[in-house]
Design a protein around this ligand. Structure first.
Ligand code: ATP
Length: 308
């Protein structure tokens, strides 16, 4: 059996008293493009640093290409292409020098490919690293992450320092190229509208916990907004887990993650409603910033209203 590209099982990590990862569990199959989504300080970089063997975990199991990064950090780094969020490189070296400097660390380094990526990403090879702009620095980091033809590419918010044209090129050309070669791509991002067309699968990390992992298509199919009368909304909230609810003129807009079941239920009761498809941005927001209620809480709320 082939090991998954990444497996996190019940991983915990705290910095002093601050719990950053709490039983974090997810799995990335080989050949997939996996988007790791979370708000600022959700714990994305911490999880990635543990994957790369740069940070130790407090408990739980981590495997990257079948290896434990805590005990095999060098082997993991050889087989993984990693772009850190804020890459620091030797400023005094010229770009072409760092390409030659990195080559011996990787048995699979392909210098022709490094030069090709440098050209595609418009990296000025004769310039010293300390004189690069932020975007040029990210692009050089990408070249260094990819030139050894890694099986797994881990990118921590790669589009952050790129201008809109480079971002488009990054998503459309680079990710598509890596997908075509069957590589696994794991990347964290804030730019959900750009992630949406390329990610096969997404995991949403909220305060160190995975609140949902799903195929992008399934997420779009399952998570929808329903607009219905307030009375009907209160009844449905006592049966369904609501990710978000807010007034919509005279009606109420509910977001649920069981759209087919709710649709069927509303159909059976003949309740008038509208269904609205959501994009990944809206789905993410509902999970991490929505006004959540569970059926039990909704019943209590309704009971409370009646008592008042
Ligand atoms: N070495 C450290 N020592 C103490 N606290 C840390 C350390 N590294 C991270 N943290 C804290 O852990 C939390 C999660 O940080 P992390 O960088 O993993 O979040 P993130 O999801 O990558 O955020 P962003 O999207 O803003 O980069 C933050 O509150 C941060 O301050």
């Amino acid at each position: 059996m082939i090991d998954p590209a990444i497996q996190f099982t019940e991983v915990c990590k705290s910095f002093r008293k601050q719990e950053v990862l709490r039983d974090t569990t997810f799995r990335v199959e080989r050949g997939r493009t996996f988007a790791f989504l979370g708000r600022n300080a959700a714990g994305k970089t911490t999880a990635i640093s543990i994957m790369m063997g740069l940070l130790s975990r407090d408990s739980g199991t981590v495997r990257v290409l079948g290896l434990d990064p805590a005990t095999h950090p060098v082997e993991v780094r050889r087989r993984v292409g990693y772009l850190a969020e804020d890459q620091t490189m030797y400023g005094w070296m010229r770009c072409e020098e760092i390409l030659r400097f990195m080559a011996p660390f990787y048995p699979t380094w392909d210098h022709e490919l490094a030069l090709k990526y440098a050209k595609d990403f418009e990296v000025p090879l004769a310039t010293k690293i300390k004189h690069l702009s932020k975007g040029q620095n990210v692009r050089l980091g990408l070249v260094l992450a990819l030139a050894h033809r890694p099986e797994l590419v881990i990118l921590d918010d790669p589009a952050l320092g790129l201008d809109p044209i480079m971002r488009k090129q990054f998503n459309r050309d680079l990710i598509t190229h890596l997908q075509g070669e069957g590589r696994t791509v794991f990347y964290s991002s804030h730019l959900l509208y750009e992630v949406e067309p390329v990610a096969d699968e997404v995991a949403i990390l909220d305060k160190g916990k995975i609140v949902r992992q799903a195929e992008t298509e399934d997420l779009r199919r399952d998570v929808k907004q329903f607009v219905l009368s307030r009375e009907a909304a209160v009844r449905m909230a006592s049966e369904f887990h609501i990710l978000d609810q807010r007034p919509d003129r005279e009606d109420t807009a509910l977001i649920v993650d069981q759209a087919a079941t709710l649709e069927q239920r509303l159909g059976e009761e003949g309740i008038e409603h509208r269904v609205i498809d959501l994009n990944l941005d809206e789905i993410f927001e509902a999970y991490v910033a929505g006004n959540h209620t569970t059926p039990a809480a909704a019943t209590l709320q309704v009971a409370g209203t009646c008592d008042a």
